[in-house]
Design a protein around this ligand. Structure first.
Ligand code: SF4
Ligand code: MG
Length: 334
């Protein structure tokens, strides 16, 4: 698939050493991820797993402590000045809570005018107005003239989230980073927003990172899925494989505890225990204190990602190609 080489966006990194007590927060540790043009990658995990941090690292909101982010194969850390600003435009972050991301006293037109002026400084006022109409049409706030003079408080949560998508679109991005874009919205409108994001990704041949705690939506929505635990990607691959043949014990736990959408009031993940502290993460495999399959070495040795099938990997000793792992896999299969 040619699309695999048209956009390459990779990160290996961690957060800066920060905090008054000089503690090191290992928010994101040695993560590798590729995003592809026209394709959605889901990043799934519990709160505190480092998934939002990773999205913000990709948006250049934090500096890296290690590793690199590449766009089209080129490291972005080296960019300065105009090239850096151009890169920041290219990568747009859409946040969870649309209510807090708008200036309450700016009209819809005012908000979009700012975004359009920022990214299209050469355009005349008339051209910008046409761009704004087009943006509102793309996100289905139509007819546009009915919305331009409104203020944020006059829009519903879903309309506001569409507007924040329009604001991101004004930059004509190549990469969308959507951090829980629907989790603050009413269940009944989530699908519409996700479908809008999917169409935009496909129509513009943009790459999208879809950050979510909902592994069921990842399967429906994203071609690829990466599962994050305690700052690391513990399993990744095609969504179908990750969700239907989950290999990592943590992914299996997430799937088993996912809410059943057919039950009323089930929109809440059942308690599956506490994620570990990122200041002092467990030794060895970070999941070992919670893992029902833990072996002796899991407490001391950190597993590398092992390949389960082409493109599908799990960071778990069960998949090492050695006699102990084979025996353990056989035990678990019984
Ligand atoms: Fe469980 Fe060990 Fe695999 Fe970690 S490496 S998930 S502790 S079996
Ligand atoms: Mg978050």
């Amino acid at each position: 698939q040619a699309v695999h080489v048209t956009k390459h966006f990779a990160v290996r990194g961690g957060l800066p050493r920060r905090g008054a007590t000089k503690k090191v927060v290992h928010a994101v540790e040695d993560v590798s991820l590729d995003l592809y043009a026209g394709r959605i990658t889901a990043l799934v995990g519990e709160s505190g797993s480092g998934k939002s941090t990773l999205a913000r690292l990709l948006a250049q909101l934090y500096p890296l402590t290690g590793g690199e982010i590449r766009l089209h194969g080129k490291p972005v850390q080296a960019l300065r000045g105009k090239a850096f600003r151009e890169h920041v435009r290219t990568v747009q972050l859409i946040l969870q809570d649309p209510f807090s991301s708008f200036n309450p006293v700016a009209s819809i037109a005012g908000t979009l005018r700012r975004a359009v002026a920022l990214h299209h400084p050469g355009k005349s006022a008339k051209e910008r107005a046409a761009v704004i109409d087009d943006l509102l049409t793309q996100i289905n706030l139509v007819p546009p003239r009915q919305f331009t003079e409104k203020f944020p408080h006059e829009l519903s949560g879903g309309q506001l989230q569409r507007l924040s998508i329009a604001r991101a679109l004004a930059a004509d991005p190549e990469v969308f980073l959507a951090d829980e874009p629907v989790s603050s919205l009413d269940v009944s409108i989530r699908l519409g927003i996700l479908n809008l994001l999917r169409h935009l990704t496909e129509d513009r041949n943009a790459a999208m990172l879809y950050v979510t705690h909902d592994i069921a939506s990842a399967r429906y929505f994203a071609a690829d899925t990466a599962v994050m635990y305690a700052g690391q990607v513990v399993e990744k691959g095609p969504s179908e494989a990750v969700t239907q043949q989950a290999a990592h014990p943590y992914t299996q736990l997430l799937i088993a505890s996912a809410p059943d959408p057919s039950r009323a009031g089930a929109d809440r993940v059942r308690d599956i225990g506490q994620p570990p502290s990122l200041i002092d993460p467990p030794s060895g495999c970070r999941f070992h204190p919670r893992c029902p399959f833990a072996m002796e070495r899991c407490a001391t040795d950190a597993p590398e990602p092992f390949e389960i099938s082409p493109g599908h990997t799990a960071r778990c000793w069960l998949y090492a190609d050695d006699p102990e792992a084979r025996a353990k896999r056989a035990d678990n299969a019984e």
